[in-house]
Design a protein around this ligand. Structure first.
Ligand SMILES: NC(=O)c1ccc[n+]([C@@H]2O[C@H](COP(=O)([O-])OP(=O)(O)OC[C@H]3O[C@@H](n4cnc5c(N)ncnc54)[C@H](O)[C@@H]3O)[C@@H](O)[C@H]2O)c1
Length: 365
């Protein structure tokens, strides 16, 4: 891995020993949860990968597992910096996955300015770089572009219900504006740039300090605290395991139409209360759930219509329960031990979860 930071960023081509054999992908936001998983996925497909990140919500430890790979390069840089496109002028890039954006609902207040900047200035910079190389682009938009949806499931035709001066505006309108930049570049400059509207995605590599619901619940389980639900827990979400998202991003890069948007997400709705119960069941955790008033206006339902992505050949392959088990284990928490119980009536074995009263922590935590 080459790691380039600070004033060494200039004249990148003289400092990076590129491995010219395979295609080259640039992943901005590459040290984040999805970005770091995507870097691994692309390396496995034979790409040389350039991860660009300013570490505002990402972490170096997410990408340290690629440190021995000569085809992986990390460049610590803000994509809002006007020098960003210039930095890569002499390094031919074939594909750009534009993922950079600060995330986390509680961060909207704290990092709203950075969100808006990255979605606007940063996206212009990414597109200018893509244009210079004729690179394909996949932009990571969000289900949040639909705002407080009045129809469920949300298809790509639904234009959304977003309050431009609401509390979530910096993220929601930021993502909407970025989509319009992508669309403009596709139409005006013929760039092969498309949009993926990502619905809640989870999996290993998600930091437990992440403010999103699953890492929050897991963190509470590890610390032996009550699981906190904002609101009454009846709000529904769908969840997608990260490997299924990666295959979607890759398919849209290869086969998606320029200027078009594709929803990628899980298609089974679950309430936040049910999610808490499922995580308790899988870990054998017994503490009660607590309900507190929401600190920000929340969306009641979010569910993607995914038929457009399915036409490209995309399918969800990992169930919520299976994905959660993988995420729980990856964080060093043991699963509740299943016990085989002989059912006399059917003379078959059925599985029941064990009834542990404490969170079972694995090594390393
Ligand atoms: N995880 C989800 O469920 C989900 C849902 C919808 C959309 N998305 C989008 O997918 C993308 C990746 O999300 P994630 O879950 O991996 O979040 P994340 O916060 O882990 O990753 C985002 C990365 O972008 C980096 N970044 C932010 N601003 C930057 C800038 N100006 N220059 C360089 N790097 C910058 C951060 O440091 C971080 O590493 C984001 O754009 C997010 O909005 C994610």
């Amino acid at each position: 891995m080459s790691k380039i930071t600070g004033n060494k960023i200039k004249n990148l081509e003289h400092q990076i020993k590129t491995a010219a054999a395979g295609p080259r992908a640039l992943v901005d936001g590459g040290a984040g949860f999805i970005g770091s998983n995507l870097c691994g996925h692309l390396l496995a497909q034979g790409y040389e990968v350039f991860a660009v990140d300013n570490l505002i919500t990402g972490k170096i430890k997410n990408i340290s597992r690629y440190s021995h790979d000569q085809r992986f390069h990390f460049i610590e840089m803000d994509i809002n910096d006007s020098e960003f496109p210039e930095t890569f002028r002499n390094i031919k890039i074939n594909e750009i996955y534009h993922l950079a954006c600060p995330t986390g609902v509680p961060n909207i207040k704290k990092l709203g300015e950075e969100m808006i900047n990255t979605c606007s200035r940063g996206t212009f910079n990414v597109m200018s770089l893509a244009r210079a190389h004729g690179a394909g682009v996949v932009y990571s938009s969000s289900a949040e572009v639909y705002g407080q949806p009045e129809e469920t499931p949300q298809s790509e035709h639904y234009t959304g219900n977003v309050n431009p001066i609401g509390p979530r505006s910096a993220y929601e309108e930021g993502k909407r504006f970025a989509e319009s930049i992508i669309k403009m570049y596709a139409d005006k400059y013929g760039l092969n740039a498309k949009i993926v509207r990502i619905f809640n995605t989870y999996g290993p590599g998600m930091s437990l300090s992440d403010q999103r619901v699953m890492p929050q619940f897991l963190q509470s389980i590890i610390r032996g605290k009550k699981l906190t639900i904002f609101g009454d827990g009846s709000q529904t979400r769908t969840f997608l395991y990260v490997s299924d998202l990666l295959s979607g991003l890759e398919l849209v890069m290869k086969n998606g139409k320029p200027g078009e948007a594709y929803n990628i997400g899980g298609d089974n709705q679950i309430t936040i209360k049910e999610l808490a119960e499922l995580m308790k069941k899988l870990t054998g955790y017994r503490l009660e759930v607590e309900f507190v008033p929401h600190f920000i206006e929340d969306h009641n339902h979010r569910q993607p219509a995914v038929s457009k992505a399915e036409l490209l050949g995309w399918r969800q392959t990992v169930s919520l329960e299976e994905g959660l088990k993988r995420m729980i284990i990856a964080n060093g928490v043991k699963l509740a031990r299943p016990i085989a119980i002989r059912s006399v009536a059917k003379d078959k074995f059925t599985i029941k979860e064990s009834l542990s009263t404490e969170p079972m922590l694995g090594a390393g935590l």
